[in-house]
Design a protein around this ligand. Structure first.
Ligand code: AGP
Length: 364
């Protein structure tokens, strides 16, 4: 690919910095202030059909799967429809029960990932309704699906996905709001979410202003052999995605765990040589997250917190702006994209083309 680098040294750096603009694009023309909802013209579901949905199953791979995990939580929270995400690569091999009342959603940046496409084809063969949440217009998955939402992140060249992840999460917030507003989500909550969505671009720019500090932080942790990422509920998919970013681009081993599961095993790993990154949103689980950090501290573990306010239990806190609780996961991973980027830069990695990886996996 030969898109203009626009003065950046790598596409990853360029794409991280394009996120405010990209989020603006996914929102553009879709918000309906009058009815506190959104218009998603391409989903091809009328109100009656959308209300008949009993479950939502989201399928994707890698980063798209993680965006789907965030999407599933948003749909459960805002629309109160049971929803979950599963790697498409697993789903297609387990002869899953295909349920006519379930809405299936295939997520893919490229729209060409073979495991996702094969899952969509199997679902269609069994009569399921499948939506695509896709970046590349006219791609195979977009064509195969019954309808969908384009995420309008623009071309993403770096193998490691950043801006498309963010835009996919925003697209899911739009879908969750739409499904919520034809069910039980109040006008007031609809407005609250719309206002939150509108704040995202400026808040992303605010996070990116911390680049210098995050660079220094990454340099000081780049000698780690391994890192642990933890989060609870809304924070857990953020931890998963941040851990994937770090391993893909820096080749440092990273593992993500629900903070609630620490005492069921991973605490045994804690020592000064294993730093932890903790996702600590200012929500109803704040105290629980603080307790988890305390456990790590008591075992001499070093902690970087990504939080809405300085965390006393952490060695370092990256403070991110607060949005609505449901939308916070969209923002909390962004500083960790920079963290992964600068770790890789410090280690001299091939940032745009990490070893052994391809931008889209179009084969078995
Ligand atoms: C992203 O950083 C990864 N390179 C990878 O996990 C990717 O998300 C996955 O292969 C799915 O690709 P897709 O979104 O194009 O379907």
């Amino acid at each position: 690919e030969s898109y203009d680098m626009g003065g950046h040294d790598t596409y990853m750096h360029k794409e991280i910095h394009e996120q405010a603009e990209a989020v603006d694009r996914v929102l553009r023309g879709r918000i309906d202030d009058r009815f506190a909802t959104v218009h998603l013209g391409g989903i091809n579901l009328d109100t009656r059909e959308a209300r008949a949905v009993r479950r939502v199953k989201i399928l994707g791979c890698g980063t798209s799967y993680h965006a789907g995990m965030i999407g599933a939580q948003m749909i459960e929270e805002l629309a109160r429809i049971p929803a979950d995400a599963e790697p498409a690569s697993e789903f297609r091999y387990r002869n899953a029960v295909v349920d006519p009342d379930t809405l299936y959603i295939a997520v893919s940046q490229s729209g060409e990932t073979y495991d996702v496409l094969a899952a969509v084809q199997e679902l269609k063969r069994k009569g399921a309704r499948v939506l695509g949440v896709v970046n590349v217009v006219g791609s195979a998955i977009a064509r195969e699906a019954d309808g969908g939402i384009y995420v309008h992140a623009g071309p993403e060249v770096c193998v490691v996905s950043t801006k498309c992840f963010t835009n996919t999460c925003v697209a899911f917030a739009l879908l969750a709001l739409h499904l919520g507003r034809i069910r039980d989500l109040s006008v007031r909550d609809g407005k609250r979410i719309i206002e939150g969505l509108r704040r995202l671009p400026a808040q992303i720019s605010e996070i990116l202003k911390q680049e210098e500090e995050i660079k220094k932080l990454a340099e000081s942790y780049a000698d780690a052999r391994s890192m642990l990422f933890i989060g609870r509920v809304r924070g857990y998919p953020v931890a998963r995605e941040a851990s994937l970013k770090l391993k893909e681009v820096s080749y440092i081993h990273a593992e993500a765990y629900p903070a609630s599961e620490l005492k069921h095993g991973p605490l045994a790993l804690i020592e000064p040589a294993l730093p932890t990154v903790a996702i600590v949103p200012d929500d109803d689980l704040l105290e629980k997250n603080r307790a988890a950090m305390e456990e790590i501290r008591a075992r001499s573990g070093r902690i970087i917190a990504v939080a809405h306010q300085k965390q006393e239990k952490a060695d370092r806190t990256i403070v991110v702006p607060k949005n609505e609780d449901e939308l916070d996961p969209i923002l909390m991973g962004i500083p960790l994209q920079l963290f992964a980027y600068y770790t890789a830069l410090t280690l001299g990695r091939d940032i745009d083309k990490p070893r052994n990886l391809a931008k889209s996996v179009t084969v078995e």
